[in-house]
Design a protein around this ligand. Sequence first.
Ligand SMILES: Cc1ncc(COP(=O)(O)O)c(C=O)c1O
Length: 376
Amino acid sequence: MKKHIQSELQRLEEKTQRRMLKNVSSSDGTWIVMNGKKMLNLASNNYLGLASDERLIEAGYQAMRTYGAGATASRLIVGNYELYTRAEEALKKWKKAEAALIFNSGYTANLGIIAALIGRDDIVFSDWLNHASIIDGIRLSGAERYRYYHNDLDHLESLLKQASPHKRKLIVTDSIFSMDGDMARLEGLVTLKKRYNAILMVDEAHSSGIYGERGEGLVHHLHLQDQVDIQMGTFSKALGSFGAYVVGEQWLIDYFINTSRSFIFTTALPPAVLGAIEKSMEIVQKEHIRRQTLQFHIGKSATHIVPIIIGSNKQTVQMSERLQEHGIAAVAIRPPTVPEGTSRIRFSLSSSLTKEELDWALERIAKVGREIGVIT
Ligand SMILES: Cc1ncc(COP(=O)(O)O)c(C=O)c1O
């Protein structure tokens, strides 16, 4: 076993695909100290700067003071603190949904939702660039899987046409693609799901808090909330905390409570996290200025996720190392996170950055990019 694993690690090393953990000693939403060096943080998902917000910290602290450091059991045993009830009520109001359920993380939510919804006799249609947690949920479900080319509705329709009309069908997509930063064509997906009698699930991990009048997500922004069957999202990105949610009709949520294994067989979230989640939903709905500032930073880019696709692993790692030397936390994203040959630096914007900081970073990114030969 050891020999096999060492040779696998060696293989990753040769492909410049071996990952190493970095040590983060402080982070304030804008600046981070990583491996002892202070850098402007252009790599986090803290899009609205809420992770270090004093109000979230205080709410988390108070919840921990009242209920303890750990939940002591799964939700169906004795871990379902009233904090959950409060947060899920707030979630229903925010998303104008009939029912809501909090999961421990986005990863486990996707695993649990998808594997509960579909099984061996069903068919799932999944965008080529969907997040790994969706892909793993599909694998776990055992359903017949069709991957449609990224955002290609014609390809999706041709696959839907071939599928047996008698089988249950699920279409699943990220709303904003995590590594490319583009948006799913949600209106077209709604049309197709109706035409072929499928259900549609949208993962709002990167749009919750950012799109929609009160940050409800891209589905709301496009007024599609009554036509998307399942909206899933996370509290771990723009909402600055941890955990995930799913909203939908009551029968769906009741079903997940009874059948989602990643919901049932795990300890409930720590009270501190639930306290922070509740506070972050309150802030995100009313502090429009955060969304407006982020929108201003986005400028002509598609969204707040801005990748520079380089291609080779080696050059991507080189660029990320050079940027870090210049004081910019920018991380090399390589396969299997992205397809072979599309390694990239994934920059992410946050409302907590100032225009001056962004101009400062842009100058350095252009300089490093030219030196390495990836920007002309
Ligand atoms: C689209 C998408 N879904 C789900 C997840 C998983 O969320 P979490 O980090 O809360 O587990 C991510 C995280 O990167 C994501 O990008």
